[in-house]
Design a binder for this molecule. Sequence first.
Ligand code: ADP
Ligand code: MG
Length: 248
Amino acid sequence: MNKLLSVKNLTKVYYNNKDEIEAIKDISFDLYEGEFVSIVGPSGCGKSTLLNILTNMDTLTCGKINYADNLKLGYMLQSDSMLPWKKVIDNALLGLEIKKDKKEENVNYVIDLFKKYGLNEFRNKYPFELSGGMRQRVALIRTLALKPDILILDEPFSKLDYQSRLKVSDDVYKIIKNENKTALMVTHDLAEAISISDRVIVLSNRPCIIKNIYKIKRDKNGTPIENRKDKNFAYYYDLIWKDLAYHE
Ligand code: ADP
Ligand code: MG
């Protein structure tokens, strides 16, 4: 398998006045092409910090990250961060506009994605006219518009109610698989992580270290909703639950 990303002994310390906050302590993992990997950990443990470092929005203190040649990362944040005064389609084209890459071919790709994923009739509506789940799909399309190799997702479903969360995670999973993307997703919801991923990386409380990395084995790989019915689901849930329990 083709290795896209390799994190080696990553450590992050924030320095505020005289205080030092150690957020991440000596984390190492790899990400391979086609994988869906989730990172779970308690809130405040350093998950968003890790993604910000991976996407170059923050710096690391020690360690090294190796990226495959010409690797493009797409970062989808927790909130869908739509501009309310712009139509949905223009929101989806925003990344291309900022990159000054709004050529016909790229615009057509976005329109195709709208058609493929049931959003075409909402193209000229405003964000408030869409459900939270639809907005999340638009946010995903906006990220896909830049044709990233890896999608980096920070708690993408956490703002949704439980029912839509299940449905939207199925939709997002299908889109990511259909478009042949590799994904690295942060969540604090272990059921979500187990049901959507090939591997789950479990972090400790801050400063986070890796407690365990699980390869999720199933009888048959399905969508996240189907995977929740797999006979191994409860087994992994129990293991990761114990990893996340507060010991110290
Ligand atoms: P998570 O995403 O896992 O909830 P974060 O990565 O956002 O956690 O934060 C991890 C820790 O790092 C928190 O204790 C937070 O207060 C601290 N932190 C995050 N950003 C900064 C910053 N810019 N300066 C100082 N401390 C920060
Ligand atoms: Mg966070």
